[in-house]
Design a protein around this ligand. Sequence first.
Ligand SMILES: CCC1=C(C)/C(=C/C2=NC(=C\c3[nH]c(/C=C4\NC(=O)[C@H](C)[C@H]4CC)c(C)c3CCC(=O)O)/C(CCC(=O)O)=C2C)NC1=O
Length: 169
Amino acid sequence: MRDAVTTLIRNYDSTGRYLDQAALDSLKSYFDTGVARVQVATMISAKAAEIVKAAASQLFETVPELIRPGGNAYTTRRYAACLRDMDYYLRYSSYALVAGNSNVLDERVLQGLRETYNSLGVPIAPTVVGIQIMKDMVKAKAAAAGLEDTSFVDQPFDHILRELSEVSV
Ligand SMILES: CCC1=C(C)/C(=C/C2=NC(=C\c3[nH]c(/C=C4\NC(=O)[C@H](C)[C@H]4CC)c(C)c3CCC(=O)O)/C(CCC(=O)O)=C2C)NC1=O
């Protein structure tokens, strides 16, 4: 599992270089957003259950077939599995936010996920919608908490969205 700093050092070490201006600029931008990253992760930790519940409701309003007979989230067990998956995406996104790097998502969440979803018939497109809704909610809450620039919040969510969307096309 890597973060913004270890990834950078690893790259420079592999070619035996001292850190150059580009490296220092990249580190500076990571440290400049450091406190904000921790603030957003703290907010996510405190409101995770609320965010997952609200995002799932919005998803099921948008795609009601999911929870009707024949839908993939129909039955209590599958409904719970769906919310649990959304909680996974949110929790690991909060780790990736603090790390400033998406490696934790690749290693712990995305590896083998498409195969699992395909074999169980879990539809990717509405999963993407659900993650997008959580991203928008987290950004709105961060902005409401007074954060001026929430653009760094996009990174982990967009990473998952990109990786998942690749399979749906
Ligand atoms: C931490 C990393 C991690 C992830 C990401 C993960 C996902 C994951 N989701 C699963 C199932 C599932 N995932 C869903 C999710 C959904 N169905 C829908 O219609 C919606 C679109 C969507 C919710 C947004 C459902 C319903 C199942 C159960 C499918 C079944 O058993 O038939 C399964 C199969 C095993 C199980 O049911 O627990 C895995 C492994 N597991 C992990 O350990």
